[in-house]
Design a protein around this ligand. Structure first.
Ligand code: KG4
Ligand code: ZN
Length: 346
């Protein structure tokens, strides 16, 4: 089966061609155009600007992806598209492109949840041979989804079946990174910039609050942590020399909470696999410390983290998630496909 996938839920225009051959995924092509440098000028994503830029890039991107895959459009078996959650103005661009392709090529259409896509980034091919094998039965699996808009722990009992165990009550982890980076004057998007600066700092230099660390549920809260940093910056004179310590200690607080709650979920639910997912999965400290904690406390759990290339938004992960829906013939008629900016995974 060959899938063409389109993702434009925020500020990346991405198109991928993924082939499923026996037990393997083969990534035939992957086009990704980031709008980051444009939005950086405004300190965040401007939805109208994002939509306009998606419109400009989507057709050349589609042509490039098909050419790189050495295929023609008629070789595609199904079209997968992110239908939500995301920015409505951005989502509509790939939705319309996918509807048009499905109608004109007479191919089935698969609506993919963006968060589901992030989870499936764990089964994408590595760089070396562009091929990956999915374990026969990785379920039940626990997913820690940490992105700019979401922070959730989900239980996955089979392909396409999710149960939400906990979520953030306010800011998402990536949002906290972005907002604190902005307060520190570091620019946009803050996560990668802040975590790079953190490598030069002492994670124990400041003792920031770890919100909800000891609450018995699997929920998160990051707004208080962000406010604590804001209050500190408002009331103290912080020199440029102190910024790496501030970054490192903030990052440590976020990572501590994420690991603590994930371990609690692993204790409550006997799973075979742990899937790290979402843009914040690119964070080196989180990857390393979560891996260490899981191998120490739950050595029987197979811990997966996506290739760095597929942590942030991309269409390859949408194709991987879409494959399982296509296999079950879980299609949406093109007339009925619509964007759902608040689509819940479970
Ligand atoms: O998944 P994603 O690309 O978009 C959403 O679906 O939201 O995630 C973007 C988020 C941003 O908040 C960004 O700052 C964060 O992921 N991020 C990171 C890192 N790389 C990206 N946060 C911390 N450390 C990183 N290395
Ligand atoms: Zn995302």
């Amino acid at each position: 089966m060959i899938l063409l996938a389109i993702e434009t839920s925020c500020d990346e225009t991405s198109i991928a061609v993924l082939e499923r051959k026996r037990e393997q995924f083969i990534l035939r092509s992957h086009f990704l155009a980031s709008q980051i440098s444009t939005h950086a000028k405004y300190g965040g994503v401007v939805p109208e600007v994002a939509a306009r830029m998606h419109v400009e890039v989507i057709t050349p991107g589609l042509n490039a992806a098909i050419k790189q895959a050495k295929l023609s459009l008629k070789d595609i078996d199904a079209v997968a598209v992110t239908a939500g959650p995301g920015l409505i103005t951005s989502l509509l661009i790939s939705i319309e492109a996918a509807r048009t392709l499905a109608w004109s090529l007479k191919k089935p259409l698969v609506a993919v949840n963006h968060l589901e896509g992030h989870l499936y980034a764990n089964w994408l091919p590595n760089d070396k041979n562009h091929q990956s094998t999915i374990q026969k039965n990785p379920f039940p699996a626990l997913g820690l989804i940490v992105s700019g808009g979401h922070t959730e722990l989900v239980l996955m009992t089979k392909h396409g079946k999710y149960k939400k165990l906990g979520q953030t009550r306010d800011d998402a982890a990536g949002e906290a990174f972005d907002k604190v980076a902005k307060l520190m004057g570091l620019g946009y998007p803050g996560g990668p910039i802040l975590s790079k600066l953190a490598t030069k700092g002492d994670p124990e230099s400041y003792n920031w609050p770890r919100p909800m660390l000891n609450s018995q549920n699997l929920d998160f809260s990051f707004a208080g942590l962000k406010t604590a940093v804001r209050y500190y910056l408002d009331t103290h004179k912080v020199t440029k020399k102190q910024l790496p310590d501030l970054a490192a200690s903030f990052e440590q607080a976020v990572v501590d909470v994420l690991i603590h709650k994930t371990l609690r979920a692993l204790k409550q639910h006997k799973v075979k696999t742990l899937l790290l997912a979402g843009g914040v999965a690119a964070n080196t400290k989180l990857r390393h410390e979560l891996g260490k904690a899981v191998s120490k406390r739950h050595p029987q759990v197979n811990y997966l983290q996506p290739n760095l290339k597929y942590c942030t938004d991309n269409a390859a992960m949408i194709a991987a998630a879409g494959y399982w829906h296509a296999k079950k013939k879980n299609f949406t008629p093109w007339q009925k496909l619509d964007a759902d900016p608040n689509w819940e995974l479970a």
